[in-house]
Design a protein around this ligand. Structure first.
Ligand code: ADP
Ligand code: MG
Length: 281
């Protein structure tokens, strides 16, 4: 074996192992709505068992990127792999798209749980009903088993004592925790959060962030869009900063937030958040 071959084999092995670890790989993804391109050639890896925080100004494309990762939006170009498997469509040798079967799409999507800014709970169902519903209708579990599993998740988010409450009887923070339990009940491998605390009163954000922190400590793979810079800096393994549809910065909290800081990030921290936030990190 000559030195060159040895080198390339070592590289191949490294790349393969590296790829195995990526829960999601975003490769050259652009997204247009009509003639307007809102995501430009994004490459981003989401590591398994880690928390990746997406930050950036309003309109920078954070939600669109997250929705592409869940195949709620289809990227216009590029591709996304979930645990190494193409999401939604595969590219043939000529780069032409072929939509995957409904089964394969369902299989990839079932690995992904989502939690949005709006909790979207069913108002006519209790917390337990909200969490157990998909287990009954989608997973076809008998009611008893579905409710048992739902209780496990409600316990995880600290709401076992509220199982019989309707959304209107719960605070915003409690409702969001029910929404998290509902997503977790389907046992996703990856959780995507889109501004989960943005519609909450400030005193209620802590309880939701604590649930997310515990989930991260449990080893859940998470992608979190949030303006909670303290959370991003302390819980995030990776920070990705989107600006005008481009991934401008990506790295550890120390490397992204540390000084010298990219001027656009500095401006974002200073302008879009309260001025003190730039001092915090
Ligand atoms: P962010 O989440 O960072 O605030 P979005 O991903 O929601 O940003 O939006 C990025 C850009 O894409 C914005 O200019 C927004 O107006 C536009 N956009 C998002 N969704 C749609 C849509 N369904 N149709 C047309 N434009 C959209
Ligand atoms: Mg958004």
């Amino acid at each position: 074996m000559n030195a060159d071959t040895g080198h390339s084999q070592a590289l191949d092995a490294k790349q393969t192992t590296g790829m195995m670890k990526h829960a999601i790989s975003v490769r050259g993804v652009s997204k247009s709505f009509g003639s307007v391109e809102v995501l430009h050639n994004i490459d981003l890896d989401i590591e398994a068992g880690q928390v990746t925080c997406l930050i950036g100004p309003s309109g920078s494309g954070k939600s669109t990127l997250l929705r592409c990762m869940a195949f709620l939006e289809e990227a216009t170009t590029g591709s996304i792999l979930v645990n190494g498997q193409p999401l939604g469509y595969a590219l043939d040798a000529n780069g032409k798209r072929a939509r995957l079967s409904a089964d394969r799409i369902r299989e990839s999507r079932s690995q992904i749980g989502m939690c949005f800014q709006q909790f979207n709970l069913w108002p006519h169902m209790t917390a337990l009903g909200n969490v157990s519903e998909a287990l009954k209708t989608v997973r076809k579990l008998p009611r008893g088993e579905a409710e048992e599993r739902a209780m496990v998740q409600l316990k995880k988010v600290g709401l076992e004592g509220r199982a019989g409450h309707y959304p209107s009887q719960l605070s915003g923070g409690q409702q969001q925790r029910v929404a998290i339990a509902r997503a977790l009940a389907l046992e996703p491998k990856i959780m995507l959060f889109d501004e989960p605390t943005s519609s909450l009163d400030p005193e209620l954000t802590g309880e939701v962030l604590n649930v997310m922190r515990a989930l991260a400590e449990d080893g859940m793979t998470m992608v979190v869009v949030s303006h909670e810079i303290g959370f991003a800096a302390s819980v995030g393994s990776k920070i990705a900063f989107l600006d005008q549809g481009k991934l401008l910065l990506e790295g550890s909290p120390q490397s992204v937030f540390g000084k010298p800081r990219h001027p656009r990030l500095d401006q974002f921290l200073d302008t879009y958040l309260d001025r003190g936030a730039a001092m915090l990190v």
